[in-house]
Design a protein around this ligand. Structure first.
Ligand code: C2E
Ligand code: MG
Ligand code: MG
Length: 767
């Protein structure tokens, strides 16, 4: 039995909608057959009326039950019974015609559509019963030959067996279909299992949409990513997702995906419902059916926010200066090139450099330096018109570029200068206000120019402003280019000189200072010279500026100081003191005082007061460090301090009082022509009186005429320095002067005798 059961179809496996279709077909067919039987019965004549009524009377309830009852199986059984009645009715109306019996075979084939044992069985049983009962009762209306009429039950069974055999083939076909379906289902199950592993359990958010945008299926990663519930409401569509595209007006993602037959990748920024911005990369593939109809769209989603942010961060870093947030040099050059080619108006470039920034850094520390740059950047951003390019080129150099009518660069440059009248506020806690000034160069490109050319021109103008003392603006003109090239050459020359033997390449010359009381040499000012590779000797005016700007003044100054002290030690018994010039930049150097101390420590027997350090007034005014404090520290070492070039610049007599200086050096401009100028002589008398009363000594510089010397002597100026006695001399010549013990009287006599000392030394100078 089991063997048989395993080989017979299980039946009842049709899906509801498939079953309903077949049932409808069979029911309608039954109704049509019934109508045809009525017509046929009427045509056969009155004698057949009872058979016709019985046929219709039995078929009709079957049709009603088949249409109205609920159970699939019962409805199918009624259809089967209806077919039995219809076939039997037809046989009866046809006087048992053998060919009319064929309808039973047609019916059994039709009922096989149900693929169910119940209607099948009901039909077989009803057919056998009909043949047996009606064959016996009305044999001439059931069979059309004598043999069958004589043995109706035998023929009923024979007919039943024939129908069963016909059914057998239906059963085989039905069974084969079931086997194929089972196999297909297994395949489907396997595909489903694979899909479920690949889709549901992957950590990549994935979803499927209908072409209309309805969300058909999502995986757990997708729901978790978008914080969706496990069960989505029916009809949940793409528009219901908690994501809004940031760029409005773009073609919708769905539109793009449905339009493309090829897989595509789209990256867009979205705003979550929480407000958070995310970047999403969607890989979409569309699935078409056999008829080329778009069935669904399958998407993988990657949240690429971190990568995008990182890329944006990198791009920002490349384009911006880390300290100030302004554009970087690279970005500026790039943007300026575009501005120059695209701007219909002229482009102005403003180049800015902080004056004495190194002394801010060295004196107040790099943090303060950084604060200054940041505060300056903030102020620039406020002053410069919106839309201009503002960059930090590095160090203390800034640059601004903007299109506009000629003159706009000048206006912006001037407003930047003006805005610095207010000191920069550094650090919120301390509210330190630091006065900072800028040197500004401006240029305007009217025609086609490259970014490099424009920047170089603005830079050149800036250097001109710097050389003129800073805190000012220069507009570029072509003749500015030469000094810049000279400056660059001077810097290179100085570097080479320092790298070689500085005793030879940067020798010291000495200019004597003589006492008005004794007329003898009491001290000397050490003045540096540069011997070039060609053997020419250059004065300090040709390289001190470059040394200051580049910071090379620090090693140069150290060399001068050391060399001066060595010479002083060498002339110890013949020379009272040596006076050395110290530039503002050197003085601001934090290492300056320790360097002097270390030098003096090398000569323990040298009286430190025999070293005089000359500081100019401008050093006092412009320095960013506390100069008084520096000078006090120097004085604690025992060295003396001289105020150089007094009377130039903003000299004020009150300076004298507040500064710890020992010597005042009256500038040449004050001294020259003193004998003939009453105003000059009264100023000099006042300064001499004040210096004396403050306990300071005075040296008059630049004395060229005997008359001035006499006037200074008469006014009580203790010492003088000037060409009337001697120009600066190379060390060997100065040595001979000391050895000869030359006095002012000798010089005066010599000039009376027609041999002017100055001229001899003058020729030595030139050589
Ligand atoms: P200074 O300190 O005022 O030096 C005096 C300058 O006046 C020297 O010029 C000197 O030659 C010149 N001079 C002296 N007497 C007369 C005179 O009777 N008539 C005229 N017309 N000039 C006179 P020099 O040597 O060219 O130096 C120029 C400046 O260079 C110096 O001015 C000083 O500020 C600076 N300097 C020189 N050597 C050094 C140095 O080693 N370090 C630093 N930082 N600066 C230096
Ligand atoms: Mg000097
Ligand atoms: Mg001087």
């Amino acid at each position: 039995m089991k063997w048989l059961r395993d080989r017979l179809p299980a039946g009842g496996g049709l899906r509801d909608e498939d079953w309903a279709g077949r049932h409808r077909l069979l029911t309608v067919l039954l109704a049509v057959i019934m109508a045809a039987l009525i017509v046929f019965g009427v045509l056969q004549g009155d004698e057949h009326t009872p058979a016709l009524l019985l046929t219709v009377g039995l078929t009709l309830p079957c049709l009603v039950a088949a249409s109205l009852l609920r159970s699939r199986r019962v409805r199918a059984v009624f259809v089967a019974l209806g077919y039995t009645v219809a076939c039997a009715g037809f046989v009866s109306l046809a006087h048992g015609l053998t060919e009319a019996h064929f309808t039973f075979f047609i019916a059994v084939a039709a009922l096989a559509l149900y693929r169910d044992w119940a209607p099948f069985g009901a039909f077989l049983i009803a057919t056998v019963l009909h043949h047996g009962v009606f064959g016996t009762l009305v044999s001439d209306h059931t069979y059309d030959h004598d043999e069958a009429m004589a043995h109706p039950l035998v023929w009923a069974l024979l007919h039943g067996a024939a129908v069963l055999l016909a059914a057998g083939f239906q059963i085989v076909s039905w069974r084969l279909t079931e086997v194929e379906e089972d196999r297909a289902r297994d395949n489907l199950d396997e595909s489903q299992a694979q899909l479920s592993v690949a889709f549901d359990q992957t950590p990549v958010p994935m979803a499927m949409f209908s072409p209309e945008g309805v969300v058909l299926r999502t995986n757990a990663a997708y729901r978790e990513w978008l914080r969706l519930p496990d069960e989505l409401p029916a009809g949940f569509a793409l528009a219901d997702l908690p994501l809004t595209p940031v760029e409005a007006g773009e073609e919708s993602m769905l539109g793009l995906l449905t339009a493309s037959r090829e897989p595509m990748t789209i990256t867009r920024q979205y705003r979550r419902d929480t407000g958070e911005l995310i970047w999403v990369q969607v890989h979409g593939t569309s699935l078409h059916d056999r008829n080329d109809e778009l069935r669904l769209i399958f998407v993988h989603c990657f949240d690429v926010t971190a990568t995008r942010d990182h890329e944006a961060e990198l791009r920002y870093q490349v384009r911006h200066d880390a300290l100030t947030g302004l554009l970087s040099r690279k970005a500026f050059e790039h943007d300026l090139a575009i501005l120059l080619t695209e701007s219909p108006e002229p482009v102005s470039v403003v180049y800015l450099d902080v004056d004495r920034f190194k002394s801010i850094n060295d004196g107040s520390g790099h943090h303060t330096g950084d604060d200054v740059l940041r505060a300056l950047a903030a102020r620039l951003t406020q002053v410069v018109p919106a839309g201009a390019l503002i960059a930090r080129l590095g160090g203390d150099e800034f640059i601004v570029a903007l299109p506009g009518p000629a003159g706009i660069g000048l206006r912006v440059g001037n407003s930047i200068l003006a805005c610095l009248a207010e000191p920069l506020a550094l650090g919120t806690a301390e509210r330190i206000g630091l006065p900072v000034s800028l040197s500004i160069g401006v240029t305007t490109a009217f025609g086609p120019s490259t970014a490099d050319e424009v920047v170089l021109a603005a830079d050149t103008a800036m250097y001109a402003a710097k050389r003129a003392g800073g805190n000012r603006l220069h507009v570029y003109t072509d003749d500015l280019r030469v000094p810049v090239q000279e400056r660059i050459a001077a810097e290179a020359r100085l570097r080479r000189a320092l790298a070689a033997d500085p005793r030879w390449t940067l020798p010291l010359w000495f200019q004597p200072m003589v006492s008005t009381v004794t007329g003898r040499v009491i001290g000397a000012e050490a003045l540096v010279r540069m011997r070039t590779e060609e053997g020419t000797v250059l004065g300090p005016g040709q390289f001190i500026g470059a040394a200051e700007e580049t910071g090379l003044i620090v090693p140069l100054g150290a060399h001068v100081l050391r060399s001066a002290v060595e010479h002083l030690v060498h002339w110890s018994d013949r020379l009272g003191y040596v006076s050395v010039n110290v530039s503002p930049r050197q003085l601001a150097e934090p290492d300056f005082v320790p360097m002097v101390a270390a030098l003096l420590a090398e000569y323990p027997y040298l009286d430190p007061s025999r070293l005089v350090l000359e500081i100019t007034e401008t050093a006092l005014i412009s320095s960013t460090v506390d100069v008084s404090e520096r000078l006090t520290m120097l004085k604690q070492l025992g060295v003396r301090v001289a105020l150089d070039d007094f009377g130039t610049g903003y000299s004020s007599l009150t300076w004298l009082e507040s500064l710890p200086a020992d010597v005042v050096k009256l500038d040449r401009s004050f001294v020259a022509g003193l004998a003939e100028d009453d105003r000059k002589s009264s100023i000099i008398s006042a300064v001499l009186w004040l210096a004396r009363s403050l306990g300071m000594s005075t040296v008059a510089e630049g004395v060229e005429e005997i008359a001035d010397w006499e006037a200074l002597r008469a006014a009580g100026c203790p010492a003088v320095q000037g060409y009337f006695f001697s120009k600066p001399l190379p060390a060997p010549e100065f040595d001979r002067l000391l050895a000869a013990g030359t006095t002012v009287a000798d010089v005066v006599n010599a000039s009376f005798g027609g041999v002017h000392l100055n001229e001899t030394t003058g020729s030595a100078l030139a050589g």
